[in-house]
Design a protein. Sequence first.
Length: 265
Amino acid sequence: MRDDLSAIFVEDGERNPLKSAQRDMKRPLPKKFYSEVSVIPQGEGFGIALDGKPVRTPGRAPLIAPTRALAEAVAEEWRRQGAEINPADMPLTRMVNTAIDGVAREMAATAAEITKFAGSDLVCYRAGAPEGLVSEQEAAWSPVLGHFRDRHGARFVCAEGVMFVSQPAESVAAVEALVAREAARPDGALRLTALHTMTTLTGSVLIALALIEGVIGFDAAWSAAHVDEDHQARFWGADEEASARRAGRLKEMRAAYELYAALSA
């Protein structure tokens, strides 16, 4: 029986869930090689066992979750596999692999990638027209900006159109400090993996941080990231291919949010 996932999941160090999902879909799916999935105490956390044998990551490290809740969620992905193992249907497993094999060794670089979004965040670039879109952006995005202003003393400058606008250094530094706080936790690699995924999928580190701080709920965060897209769809209709891509991104986003939530369970 296999004791690692190198033939199934992403390459060592891969941090882009969308690229890995696209690559997974091009590979022949491996046959399911186990019958029983269990969660077992392992080290200071909880591992996943397939027919009693602990699972390892593609980098051959023990796949260990710090909480039972996260381990159970990962185990459930393995349980629901059919005759074949489909990595595209196992986003939590892939993210935990990524955290252990990649992010844990590149914490500073990953934190910097996340913080970089603060310099050109989605919620800072507003439409001048039509009036409906302007109002929708204001309703979805201004509460996020208000939270950072009132709670963290970080004021962000908004601009009309796509012309780049520089953000105050102290505001970017405030975001950097929040990201560093997540990285400094004992489970920091997992937290950064979840935060990185949510940030890249929404195009906004401010939305992602507001979500994990409980300022907005999951549905509100996802809607805020797609104000422009949803406005256009109401006028021109939804493209089938674009809708399929969005459904895939939503699945990844839910998994990242579930991963983060499970760390505190």
